[in-house]
Design a protein around this ligand. Structure first.
Ligand code: SF4
Ligand code: SF4
Length: 509
């Protein structure tokens, strides 16, 4: 699809060839011109442990209206394939495209390049531009290049003369309510028919799988696991999701490969070397305070678009490096909630990243056996505490959080005074009595404490107690305080040890 359908003004053959080479250089063998029928599919299933179907959605949905068999109605993918291969397209001067997806935009932009200065390209879409599934950039380009988009219009009939398209009869639509996917539903306005005169109609109204080796039902798959109903057969890209973008198909391929790897128990870890320059917190804050604009992409001028020259050049190496260096390291530090809170109620603190093998205690007839439980890891150096006494729950931090978190609800809530902690239903309080520092957690189910001694951490709940080495979090002692306890887990103790690092530095005396 990428090679034969995406127009050359969007993607060069050279770029596609490079991608192919990267794949074949890895040792992947590509068998061209190999149609897979039922027998071949069975052979493939026997010969290979896993199959991934990435066949695209190459069957254009047909226009089911009266007169759609007239000469001048073109199937969109064939139209794009023919033009890409330099074949005669056969379109006229006045082209109507039906649809609002990326294929419709590609067809419109390709037609614009063929109709000449005295030609016309019109897109009709039954919802509004806002609901068009095409990429925003493609819609913008279509409009800039001069195609007209008529919104809220649905085709009714192809009007022809002597077997050739003469016009498209349409009805006006209005949006009422929403469909099962939450999209506004277009409803026909009675007696609103009108004609759009044209000599060519390209209905880009959807694409379907073009596969006959298995039924659509058997190839149905969960969009997270990519597993079809056939054992060890996975599917992704347009074949799974319907016509979409190449980038979605590439992402599906990667994620499906991950699923296959997991199922096949192949241990594989992508070694990505993070070569970014390490910055201190201060340097990061300074970097974020300065706005560096993106590079302006060079684009072919609008008066030079009725050809198939590439529109956007890719950046050269130096510009790519400069673009990448605009990275604000938000994977390392965000802290937006600390800056948007009018009450300074979100507090940022630094920790040493934590990676510990958590242990659990199995209690059998009074005997305690310590066993490995799971890995516990906190990778980010910068953490947030919400100071309950300052927070009036205005929700501002929720509005601005780039990950849609509500820090005032989801971050650990710490109380600064014992009286406010007493009144609270849930939260933390740090008690300091001489050298003894204890983080207390209260929830409707009870109280938990983590006390820091010289080399030890002591975690205590109403039912259990655990003592750990401060540095390694390995057990010194674990015991059940009530006979009903059979298994003790210490993940919350580890979480509390992280919160303790921040709470200790909170001083408002
Ligand atoms: S909800 Fe609380 S923490 Fe968030 S902005 Fe408002 S006062 Fe600040
Ligand atoms: S809670 Fe949201 S705003 Fe606050 S640091 Fe995390 S991601 Fe950023």
């Amino acid at each position: 699809m990428v090679q034969f359908a995406i127009p050359g003004f969007r993607l060069t053959d050279n770029a596609i060839d490079k991608d192919f080479k990267r794949v074949t250089d890895l040792g992947v063998k590509i068998n061209y011109n190999s149609k897979i029928d039922k027998d071949k599919f069975q052979t493939l299933k026997k010969d290979y442990s896993y199959i991934f179907v990435g066949a695209g959605a190459q069957l254009s949905a047909s226009l089911e209206i009266e007169g759609a068999d007239a000469k001048g109605v073109f199937e969109p993918l064939n139209f794009l394939f023919n033009v890409k291969q330099g074949k005669e397209s056969g379109i006229g001067k006045n082209v109507v495209i039906i649809g609002g997806g990326n294929t419709a935009m590609d067809a419109a932009r390709t037609a614009y390049r063929l109709v000449g200065k005295d030609g016309k390209v019109t897109i009709v879409y039954r919802r509004t531009i806002n609901e068009m599934p095409a990429d925003q950039g493609e819609i913008k380009a279509v409009l800039e290049e001069g195609a007209e988009i008529i919104e809220l219009v649905a085709p009714e009939k192809v009007i022809s003369k002597d077997g050739y398209v003469k016009a498209l009869l349409c009805s006006k639509m209005e949006l009422k309510g929403v469909d099962s996917k939450g999209r506004p539903t277009p409803v026909k306005i009675l007696d609103s028919e009108f004609e759009i005169s044209c000599d060519t109609i390209i209905p880009a109204i959807g694409q379907n799988l073009d596969i006959d080796f298995a039924t659509n039902d058997l190839l149905k798959a969960d969009s997270k696991t990519y597993k079809t109903q056939i054992g060890n057969v996975f599917i992704g890209g347009d074949a799974l999701r319907g016509a979409s973008t190449a980038i979605n198909a590439i992402a599906d391929g990667r994620k499906a490969a991950e699923q296959i790897r997991k199922q096949a128990s192949i241990d594989f870890r992508l070694q990505i070397q993070d070569t970014r320059q390490r910055l201190s917190k201060k340097e990061l804050i300074i970097k974020r305070s300065k706005r560096v604009f993106a590079k302006e992409l060079k684009e072919l001028p609008l008066n030079d678009r009725q050809n198939f020259k590439l529109i956007s050049e890719t950046l050269d190496k130096q510009n790519i490096v400069e673009e990448a260096s605009r990275c604000l390291y938000c994977d390392e530090i965000c802290n937006i909630c600390t800056t948007v809170c009018p009450n300074f109620a979100n507090y940022s603190y630094n920790i040493e990243p934590v990676k510990i093998s958590l242990q659990k205690a199995i209690v059998t007839e009074g005997k305690v056996d310590i066993q490995f439980d799971k890995q516990f890891e906190v990778k980010q150096k910068y953490q947030i505490l919400n100071i309950a006494n300052f927070c009036n729950e205005c929700g501002n931090c929720n509005t601005f959080c780039p990950t849609s978190s509500a820090p005032y609800k989801e971050k650990p809530k710490i109380y600064l005074t014992i009286s406010s902690f007493k009144d609270a239903e849930e939260g933390y309080f740090l008690s300091k009595v001489e050298d003894r520092i204890t983080l207390i957690y209260k929830e409707p189910g009870g109280i938990k404490t983590l006390t820091e001694n010289k080399d030890e951490l002591v975690y205590e709940t109403d039912h259990a107690l655990g003592r750990f080495k401060k540095e390694t979090f390995t057990h010194i002692e674990a015991k059940a305080k009530t006979p009903c306890v059979k298994e003790i887990h210490f993940e919350h103790a580890a979480i509390m040890s992280v919160i303790l690092q921040g709470a200790k530095n909170l001083t408002f005396e």
